[in-house]
Ligand binder design. Structure first.
Ligand SMILES: Cc1ncc(COP(=O)(O)O)c(C=O)c1O
Length: 445
C-alpha cells in the first residue's frame, strides 16, 4: 500500500454490546457445553418474542401485491404516502406539534440515520451527549468531530434523570456545542423522563440557541405508571428539533432496518434549515431506504390488534424488569434503579468495591486461560474485567457500563428474557456471582 488505508477516526468507535459477542462465541468453541445467556443485545426476536400474527399477515399481503412495488426502489426520502401517514399519526399523538411530511426522511434503521446525522454537522459543531449513553451516538458524534465526546451526566441518584445543571455548565464551557441529544425512553438506563425534565432541556436549548436531537425509538414502551412526553409538543415553535423513531423495537422488527428522522420547527432558524437541506441532499446518496417496511408502517400501527399487543408487551416488560430489579437491589455492592421504559437496566457497583485482583473460578482450563488473557489486555476497565469473569464462569453475557462511556462502574442488562424460571435462575446466579467476585479479595466485606 502506498499509504495507510484505515481512518484514525476508528479510535472513537466502540460498541461493546456486540464486541462481547465474539468473546462469548470463542468461549463456546473452547467449551461447547457452555450455555451463553445473551443478556447483552436489545433484540426481542433473539429473546423468543414472537412477531404478532397480524403483522406477518400484513407483510405477506404486501409481498403478494401484484404490482411488486415493495421490491423496487422507493422515493429517496421515503414513500410519500407513508410520510403523510406518519405526519398525521404523530400529529395526533402530539397535538401541540406540527410535523410536515416533507420533513420526514426514512433510513435503513436508526443506526444508519445516526451516522449520517452527525456526519452532516460541520466538524466544529458539537452535540452534547448523555453518559452513560447509547454508544452509536457517542461513537459517531466523536468520530465525525474527530475529537473526544462532550458528555453530560445522567444521575443515578435521581432515577437516571439528565443533570440539567451539568448540561448548562458544559454548554457554557464549550461554545462549540450546537445541540443536545436526548434519549427518551433511555438506553442504557431504562429511564423515562418527566415532563419537567423535558421542559428544562427545551428551555436550555432556547436560552443558548441550540437544537435538540431526540432519540425516541422506544417511545411506545413505557410502564410502571410512567408516561412518555413528546418533546415535539413542548419544543413546538421554540427550538430546532430532530426526532428519531423506527419500527425495530415496537413491532418488533429490528431486522427490517426501518427508521426515520422527523425535522420540526423548520423555518425558525436559517442554520437549522441549511442543516435539514444538507441532510436531504446526503440521503440522495443512499438511493432509498429499504422499501418493504415503508409500505406497511401505517397498516401495522393502525391495525385493530396492535394496541392490545403493545399493551401485553409492556405488561410483560414491566413484570420482567421489576423482578430483575428486586433480585439485584438485594445484592450487596450494587445500586439499582428499576426500568420504566425500553428494556434495559444499568446496575452500578458501589464506589470502591471493584479491584483488579477479583476473580471467579472457571472450571474449564482453556476458558480460564482465555479470560485471564482478556482481562489483562491493555485498557480493560474494572467493570469490563468483571463482565469477562462473569461470562467465563457462568455464561451470562452483559455489557460493562464503561462500554456506554459511563464514569461509574456497572453493567447493562436487557429485561427481555421471557421465561420466568430461566430469568429467575439467570439473575440469582448473577447475584451470587457478584457477591462471590466482590468477596474474592479481602477489601470487600
Ligand atoms: C437508543 C437507540 N437508538 C437507536 C437504535 C438503533 O435502532 P435501529 O434498529 O433502528 O438501527 C437503538 C438500538 O438498540 C437504540 O437503542
Amino acid at each position: 500500500m502506498r499509504h495507510s488505508l484505515a481512518t484514525h477516526r476508528v479510535q472513537f468507535m466502540k460498541y461493546q454490546i456486540r464486541e462481547v459477542v465474539d468473546v462469548a462465541r470463542h468461549i463456546q468453541t473452547l467449551d461447547p457445553t457452555m450455555n451463553i445467556e445473551w443478556e447483552n443485545i436489545g433484540d426481542p426476536i433473539a429473546k423468543s418474542w414472537h412477531v404478532p400474527q397480524f403483522f406477518k399477515q400484513i407483510l405477506v399481503d404486501q409481498i403478494e401485491q401484484a404490482d411488486d412495488k415493495a421490491f423496487g426502489y422507493s422515493h429517496s426520502r421515503g414513500i410519500p404516502a407513508t410520510r403523510a401517514w406518519i405526519a398525521s399519526h404523530i400529529n395526533t399523538l402530539a397535538p401541540g406539534a406540527s410535523l410536515d411530511p416533507e420533513h420526514i426522511v426514512f433510513t435503513n434503521g436508526l443506526g444508519s440515520a445516526i451516522g449520517m446525522m452527525y456526519e452532516m454537522f460541520a466538524p466544529e459543531a458539537r452535540i452534547i451527549l448523555p453518559t452513560p449513553g447509547y454508544p452509536t451516538h457517542i461513537s459517531m458524534e466523536s468520530s465525525s468531530s474527530d475529537a473526544p465526546p462532550l458528555l453530560y451526566q445522567l444521575d443515578p441518584n435521581h432515577d437516571w434523570a439528565p443533570d440539567t445543571d451539568d448540561i448548562e455548565a458544559q454548554i457554557i464551557a464549550h461554545p462549540d456545542i450546537v445541540g443536545i441529544l436526548v434519549i427518551n425512553p433511555n438506553n442504557p438506563t431504562g429511564a423515562v423522563y418527566s415532563k419537567e425534565t423535558i421542559e428544562k432541556i427545551v428551555l436550555l436549548a432556547e436560552r443558548y440557541q441550540l437544537m435538540i436531537l431526540s432519540d425516541e425509538v422506544y417511545f411506545r414502551m413505557v410502564y410502571n405508571g410512567t408516561i412518555h412526553t413528546q418533546i415535539s409538543e413542548i419544543a413546538n415553535g421554540r427550538v430546532p428539533l430532530l426526532v428519531m423513531r423506527g419500527m425495530s423495537k415496537d413491532v418488533p422488527w429490528p431486522g427490517g432496518r426501518c427508521g426515520w428522522i422527523e425535522f420540526y420547527n423548520v423555518g425558525i432558524d436559517a442554520m437549522f434549515d441549511a442543516y435539514v437541506s444538507a441532510f436531504k441532499q446526503r440521503i440522495l446518496m443512499e438511493i432509498c431506504a429499504t422499501s418493504l417496511p415503508q409500505f406497511i408502517v401505517g397498516a401495522v400501527y393502525d391495525h385493530p390488534e396492535y394496541p392490545a399487543w403493545l399493551s401485553s408487551y409492556n405488561t410483560e416488560l414491566e413484570k420482567n424488569g421489576n423482578m430483575i430489579a428486586d433480585v439485584l437491589s438485594q445484592t450487596k455492592g450494587l445500586r439499582v434503579n428499576r426500568t420504566n421504559g425500553a428494556f434495559y437496566m444499568m446496575p452500578l457497583f458501589e464506589s470502591g468495591v471493584l479491584n483488579d485482583r477479583q476473580t471467579l473460578s472457571i472450571e474449564n482450563d482453556a476458558v480460564r486461560a482465555f479470560i485471564e488473557q482478556k482481562v489483562n489486555e491493555p485498557g480493560v476497565a474494572l467493570d469490563q474485567r468483571f463482565t469477562y469473569y462473569l461470562l467465563g464462569a457462568t455464561g451470562i453475557c452483559v455489557v460493562p457500563a464503561t462500554g456506554f462511556y459511563s464514569n461509574e462502574y456497572g453493567f447493562r442488562l436487557t429485561t427481555l428474557e421471557r421465561d420466568d424460571t430461566k430469568r429467575a435462575s439467570i439473575y440469582s446466579r448473577l447475584s451470587d456471582a457478584i457477591e462471590t467476585y466482590l468477596n474474592s479479595t479481602s477489601n470487600f466485606s
